[in-house]
Ligand binder design. Structure first.
Ligand SMILES: *[C@@H]1O[C@H](CO)[C@@H](O)[C@H](O)[C@H]1NC(C)=O
Ligand SMILES: *[C@@H]1O[C@H](CO)[C@@H](O)[C@H](O)[C@H]1NC(C)=O
Length: 198
């Protein structure tokens, strides 16, 4: 949590500057409360130890507060605990191009807790399916298993990021047991967007 806050302070300001530069000609309100939209969720090369194979329903602009629906499975070949080095590479779309590696977030010795704290409603679904505890006072463990998501509505609210720049983003999230990321155990590519709350 405190690590995330540090990263936020360290990265949001340059992010804001970047987006501000990109858009300074056209808009005044470039960041604020947002709705997170997932356009595409793909896996990328990993050894498959941790997989999230899900489809996500399309965003409907005329019903912006409808929650996205996830269908597919989460396949964990080992218990998901806090013994991972995780990294998010972030690309930002601006002027019709992807600005690759715009930011890199590193999360040493996290994993389960990062999901429980950063994307709590997704963790709620994982916990419901796996029996993991949502109580932040207990160690975070999602037991190994194959969990089937059947039309699970997920509220994509990120309590630690109430305000972010409005933009199209692409995240590559990888997790590994060591800091060199030779063979990731997980690789997830997320094409997403933050739009202003109507
Ligand atoms: C999980 O999803 C993947 C990709 O759709 C599929 O190939 C695999 O068979 C699924 N596994 C189970 C146990 O349903
Ligand atoms: C999603 O969660 C946020 C924060 O808890 C809440 O304010 C919002 O009403 C929720 N949205 C829906 C559609 O349930």
């Amino acid at each position: 949590m405190s690590l995330f806050r540090l990263l936020l302070v360290g990265t949001l300001v340059p992010t804001l500057n970047l987006v501000n530069q990109a858009r300074s000609k056209s808009i005044n309100t470039f960041a604020g409360p947002y709705i997170a939209i997932i356009h595409k969720l793909d896996s990328c090369p990993s050894d498959g130890t941790l997989q999230l194979n899900t489809r996500v329903s399309h965003f409907n602009p005329s019903r912006p507060y409808d929650l996205p629906i996830f269908t597919g499975n989460a396949t964990l070949k080992e218990d998901l605990r806090d013994n991972y080095w995780s990294r998010a590479d972030l690309a930002v779309r601006s002027n019709n191009q992807w600005k690759e590696n715009a930011f890199i977030f590193n999360f040493p010795k996290q994993g389960c807790t990062a999901i429980r704290e950063q994307v709590p409603d997704f963790f709620r679904v994982l916990a419901k399916l796996s029996g993991a505890s949502t109580d932040k006072g207990t160690p975070c463990v999602v037991p190994a298993g194959v969990y089937l998501l059947k039309n699970e509505m997920v509220n994509l609210t990120f309590p630690n990021f109430p305000v972010i720049p409005y933009a199209r983003y692409r995240f590559k999230v990888t997790a590994s047991h060591s800091r060199n990321f030779d063979t990731p155990l997980l690789c997830l590519a997320v094409d997403c967007e933050a739009i202003p709350k109507p």
